[in-house]
Write a protein that binds this ligand. Structure first.
Ligand SMILES: Nc1ncnc2c1ncn2[C@@H]1O[C@H](COP(=O)(O)OP(=O)(O)O)[C@@H](O)[C@H]1O
Ligand SMILES: [Mg+2]
Length: 371
């Protein structure tokens, strides 16, 4: 039995002992989902028969479990997606301190009963913020997988209604839907609904939405974890900001993480010996941008029937992504040299672009005499 199985068993036992059949069944169904995704089909079927013996479920639970996801009355768009993220399937690369903060949050939720007994429980809420493409959505998936809870992601296009009063109604319905079973509720693009209440024009509606959010956040229990993500934390209402027990900023990756990201994305196409160069050149890029460069390089390699991505091509793409445009090979060589003389020795530059050291020397000094 692994940690997650034990988590489910203790949750089911706890619910059964206090006589909460709804909750016991909800955990059992999640356990079944989990067994099924990990390939334990026979065990899942056996437990499935037990869960089917349950008398008719209450409407609220029936809706939560695979039932109808609420839709916006006007646009008919669903206001949420529900999925079960398999544990171990989320490859999240973050600094040690960020990973520790996330692991600690997961432990606080798992151990919330003991912490609460001792008067030091925390609200199961975490706000993720920072520039786009650095792993906020991925972190939400990681946390849901670690907790073994379904991930209910609110879709801001469905949630936000152009009709007066409907957005706050949708927020209420979203929380109702989420409360029907233990889950991780994830509000992505959170600023879209949690904007400051002094935002001029739509004042009345915004106030209603924010108040509705605050009330619903305050009513969360330990079986309902709330995660929210925003690229624009300065737009958030300050009362909402304060409601989150944990707030984690995910910035662009540090040098070590950039190396790991590039290796992960290039995988078997990674040219060897260029880690430091790629890391140096991708400073300031987001994880998502590094993935774009890596995917381009793999595409080029595949088209050329090569087993390894071209290091010079990657270097030039990284220069382009970071806004230092290098139009041709010679100017790229000069730019790299100017960027870091220690890293880009004449020998290294020659190896990168496939020229001899004297040829590089000539290119570098041609620039010199012109400049
Ligand atoms: N820290 C990270 N670890 C692994 N992959 C990442 C990371 N940051 C970004 N990526 C890549 O970029 C994509 C977008 O990341 P995402 O989590 O959606 O960013 P955000 O929600 O912060 O805008 C991911 O699907 C992944 O491919
Ligand atoms: Mg995102």
């Amino acid at each position: 039995m692994d940690g997650k199985d034990l988590f489910f068993v203790s949750k089911m036992a706890e619910a059964a002992i206090v006589g909460n059949a709804e909750s016991a069944a909800a955990y059992l169904r999640q356990f079944i989902d989990d067994l099924r995704t990990s390939g334990a089909v026979k065990e899942a079927d056996r437990l499935q028969r037990i869960v089917e013996k349950r008398p008719a479920r209450k409407a609220s639970i029936a809706r939560g479990q695979g039932g109808a996801i609420p839709v916006d009355a006007e646009s008919a768009l669903s206001i949420a997606d529900r999925e079960f993220v398999q544990s171990g399937s989320v490859d999240l690369i973050l600094s040690e301190s960020n990973l520790n903060a996330i692991r600690q949050f997961v432990v606080y939720i798992r151990e919330s009963d003991r912490l609460t007994e001792s008067g030091v429980g925390i609200s199961p809420t975490m706000l993720l913020y920072g520039p786009p493409g650095n792993g906020k959505t991925l972190t939400a998936r990681f946390i849901a997988a670690e907790l073994g809870l379904p991930l209910v992601t609110a879709r801001s296009d469905g949630l936000i209604s152009s009709y007066l009063g409907s957005t706050s109604k949708n927020v209420r319905r979203l929380f109702e839907f989420a409360m029907a079973e233990p889950c991780v509720l994830f509000l992505d693009e959170f600023d879209a609904i949690a904007k400051k209440r002094d935002d001029g024009r739509e004042l009345g509606e915004l106030k209603r939405v924010v108040i509705s959010l605050l009330q619903n956040i305050d009513a969360l229990d330990k079986d309902h974890v709330l995660l929210a993500a925003t690229n624009h934390e300065h737009l958030l209402d300050s009362a909402i900001w304060r409601r989150f027990a944990c707030r984690l900023r995910l910035d662009t990756p540090n040098a070590e993480c950039r190396t790991q990201l590039m290796q992960k994305f290039l995988s078997r196409f990674a040219p060897s010996g260029w880690d430091e160069v790629f890391s140096r050149l991708s400073d300031g890029l987001s994880g998502a941008q590094i993935k774009l460069v890596a995917d381009d390089a793999i595409r080029a390699a595949v088209l050329q029937r090569s087993n390894v991505a071209d290091a010079a091509g990657i270097a030039s793409a990284l220069l382009r992504e970071t806004g230092r445009d290098s139009v041709d090979r010679d100017s790229m060589i000069r730019q790299l040299r100017a960027l870091d003389e220690r890293l880009f020795t004449e020998a290294a530059l020659g190896k990168l672009v496939g020229l001899s050291q004297p040829a590089i020397h000539k290119i570098l000094n041609k620039e010199h005499s012109h400049g």
